[in-house]
Design a protein around this ligand. Sequence first.
Ligand code: PEP
Ligand code: MG
Length: 748
Amino acid sequence: MPERTESDSRRLLRRLRDTLAEPGAGQERLDRIVRLIASAMGTEVCSVYLFRDDDTLELCATEGLKRESVHKTRMKLGEGLVGRVAKTSTPINTANAPAERGFRYMPETGEELFSSFLGVPIQRLGEKVGVLVVQSKEARQYSDDEIYALEVVAMVVAEMSELGAFIGEGEALSAPHKHAVLFRGGSGQEGAAEGRVWLHEPRVVITNPVGDDPVKELERLTAAVTELRLSVDAMLSTTEVTDTDQQQVLEAYRMFANSRGWMRRMEEDIARGLSAEAAVEKEQSAARARLEQVPDPYLRDRLNDLDDLSNRLLRILTGQGTDTGASMPDNPILVARNIGPAELLDYGRKLKGVVLEEGSVGSHAAVVARALAIPLVIHADLITTEALNGDHILVDGDVGTVHLRPEETVARAFREKIAMQAEAQKRYASLRELAATDLSGRTISLQMNAGLMADLPSLTPSGAEGVGLFRTELQFLVRSHVPKRGELAGLYARVMEAAKGKRVVFRTLDIGSDKVLPYMKRVEEPNPAMGWRAIRVGLDKPGVLRMQLQALLRAAAGRPLSVMFPFVAEFEEFREARQKLLDEVENERSLGHTLPSILEIGAMLETPSLAYAPDAFFQMTDFISIGGNDLKQFFFAADRENERVRKRYDMLNGSFLTFLEMIVARAARFGTPLSFCGEDAGRPVEALCLAALGFRTLSMRPASIGPVKHLIRRVDLTALKAVLDAARAEGVPTARPAVMDFLARQDL
Ligand code: PEP
Ligand code: MG
């Protein structure tokens, strides 16, 4: 094979680009490309394999292998050497291919004649497009220089594919971003929505992967990198950095922006004929491929930083910034790799749905999406590479699937589902003014959970009698600094005003576990859900708690105030927290401030231990609210964030029902008002059973109030209690079948 020079490389890239301008269908173009590459690389074989579907590669063009095998030879991802290159996104270079691990002989191609093999991935921003292979008879390793040259070529082939250069023939050559794609992710927030894609960070389109003049391209890159560095420096100087961890992250960011290694690789790419933006993207793709292999979360974060920087650089180079000229479509569905809670709040309720590649059920974005009641699908792998602004999209937050550019039949079925849900909502609206009274005359108070000012408008239309749980941490999560007392007091006052005299139960800061404040020092804990969180932080470091209590007292200013403390595990913790609040009351009094007209101090019962607290606890609390999400996870020792075990234990499990009933009885003995505010309170069947067990107050998402009320009004809770008792007496693992049977007998 001849020595490869940079000018050879540039010549080849230019000739490849010219094939784009030449007439002809996709297949002709591919055939020309493999001929060009084989000749320029001095190899007997050059082949292009492209993905036919997510899991199958197909030989789409070859120079040197038997032509009959084109569009016939296929392999699964991971199968044979080609499949392995695609799977691992790393080149394979071998002098003796048949002896290589995983080699699969494909007789139809005639490849047994060729001993050496070099395969490199064709990929674009982590999206696997295919594999580019050269082979020779002579048994020899390809040089690093040759591998590099082939990677540069693969980059151009990937961009050509993105531009639709290979459309036309063969199923594997389908047009990019045109066909229907189904993404199976996870459910972050229930609900279904149809709309148009709105990319949080619009996809950068590279129209010129090949640079004509390396000197000019290098100048463009240098200018763009300078601009990037300046913007990173500006970010560092304007961001209030109060925390050393955060400082380190930003410094790492700056380090990348100044990284010589990163720059050098891009300069080499340009010298070989890539345009400045193609060079950035090539290194970004390589970083993403590495990201997939890296288990260390710290390193992953660093590679993510690099990915972000590359995105910024691409935007500078292409001028495709946030202002792409595109305007937000009607019914926008936000598609993003990930999004921060503050950014999501900025979009607010105008979004019909959100789809993320990352995220988790407990992530801040999920918390906000839930508060805004926007359907959210998480873990939709690679959707940002596939989706284009304006694409038709269906989001099913109930099951966690996304249909991108769906077939009309799928869309029709989906619309029916949405229509049925809307119909049901209309029916529920007619119940708004009616009480949730069952057939035996028992009335249940239905309240709503909230966490943002944006939730309050739902109070009246949902028919909620009040806010049974106001999660105050959301206000802390969406800021980049600790909110000031005055800010918080203003906000709490607005919440009380918006509630128009209805009761609002403010839960003090429940931070820790999955809810980490960006500006607080992160404490690495082996098991954060059982770690230093909520009231534990509040008691050990009382500064923020005290400030929050003052803000609440000032906001109330003569109105009634209800405060509850989260995650109390023993009586003493409650007593201490309560005392802190009473001290603040005294303080306010001495300052001459108006005190709340009534002050109720309650506790959340979220740990099994508190159910067995001394009687004095039940006597001292003005009210108790069961945080069922946490209580259930600790009762069954099943992590609420772990999809594997989360659904394993049913809330209607006999032991759990008996446990809840015991709490109901203890609270009743002392006349302590008891409510239930976990997610289960908003699930109609579970809500019925809680009411049957004796809960008189349930607090839930506003959208759940209608369905729960509808069901309560049609059921005899006393009869249902008998069903629960019988199921438990029988010893079945869960009372659910018996309950469903009971409801079915009444056509419910
Ligand atoms: C709960 O644990 O049930 C609860 C309401 O609190 P959170 O979901 O905020 O932990
Ligand atoms: Mg909780």
